[in-house]
Write a protein that binds this ligand. Structure first.
Ligand code: ARG
Ligand code: ZN
Ligand code: CA
Length: 251
């Protein structure tokens, strides 16, 4: 694949202590991870088992911190806000100034990333395409964002954002969120459930007695060090959003 698009990103950091007010360097490290993972430039893609290596895809997408804000003024692409709230949950309160957070920038022009402590052991969550513009984007805990700085292993390599941006680009979990469910992508093998940790190849489920699960896919639940590919079918599904009439064509 060639480069298909460059997506402007705004990072909204909402913090209740100095650790959560992550550094610019930590934010830049996350952008670097996205730029590797969505162009198959990540060095660990070489770990892909031979049975799946031919399916590891360059999704053709790049990410850049916004240089212009919605008013056309120069910006770093990073906004910061101090808050007394220590956990934010998953009901989108961080996405509005009226509930103590920071408003989304227009979803037609930016990928919105909120960095705040979600709580409940949740690393991140995303809104699929087609939802309300005011809540469009991805939320990630500060200690799971990027690969340098304030981080919690084994989720310290920036893959939570890769996974969540995959959802934002219409990808489902690879097990289809059901027992041997479907992710609507044909080249990812049907698998029974999510995988955790760092499985060894092959892990066979759902009657797939040849190669088994593609547990090293970004849309599984394995550790950051053990997920390193999108498939060709996933790349096609993501890129369809940018075609004429697609729900992210304006980007
Ligand atoms: N939505 C998932 C969660 O919060 C994200 C999983 C990301 N996985 C990872 N290895 N970073 O649990
Ligand atoms: Zn997910
Ligand atoms: Ca599949």
């Amino acid at each position: 694949t060639a480069l298909t698009g460059t997506i402007p990103v705004v990072v909204h950091v909402i913090y209740s202590n100095a650790n959560e007010n992550i550094s610019d360097a930590q934010i830049q490290s996350q952008i670097a991870v996205l730029n590797e993972d969505f162009r198959k430039l990540n060095s660990d893609v070489s770990k892909t088992p031979a049975a799946f290596a031919g399916l590891a895809a360059d999704a053709g997408l790049q990410f850049v911190l916004a240089k212009r804000d919605p008013n056309g003024n120069a910006t770093t692409g990073i906004e910061r806000k101090s808050s007394t709230k220590t956990t934010w949950g998953t009901a989108d309160a961080m996405k509005s100034t009226s509930t103590g957070g920071l408003n989304a920038w227009p979803a037609t022009q930016y990928l919105n990333l909120w960095v705040c402590n979600i709580g409940g052991g949740i690393l991140g969550y995303a809104q699929f395409p087609g939802g309300a513009a005011s809540t469009d984007g991805v939320v990630i805990g500060p200690n799971y964002f990027g690969r340098t700085g304030y981080l919690s292993a084994p989720f310290n390599l920036g893959r939570t954002a890769t996974h969540e941006v995959g959802h934002w680009l219409n990808l489902r979990h690879i097990w289809g969120d059901a027992n041997c469910g479907s992710d609507l992508v044909s080249d990812t093998p049907t698998q029974q459930a999510d995988n955790a940790g760092c499985p060894s190849f092959p892990h066979r489920t759902c009657g797939n007695t040849t190669n088994g699960d593609m547990f090293m896919n970004y849309m599984d639940y394995t550790d950051d060090a053990c997920m390193y590919m999108f498939s060709t079918g996933q790349s096609t599904r993501m890129n369809a959003l940018f075609a004429s009439g697609g729900s992210r064509a304006s980007l």
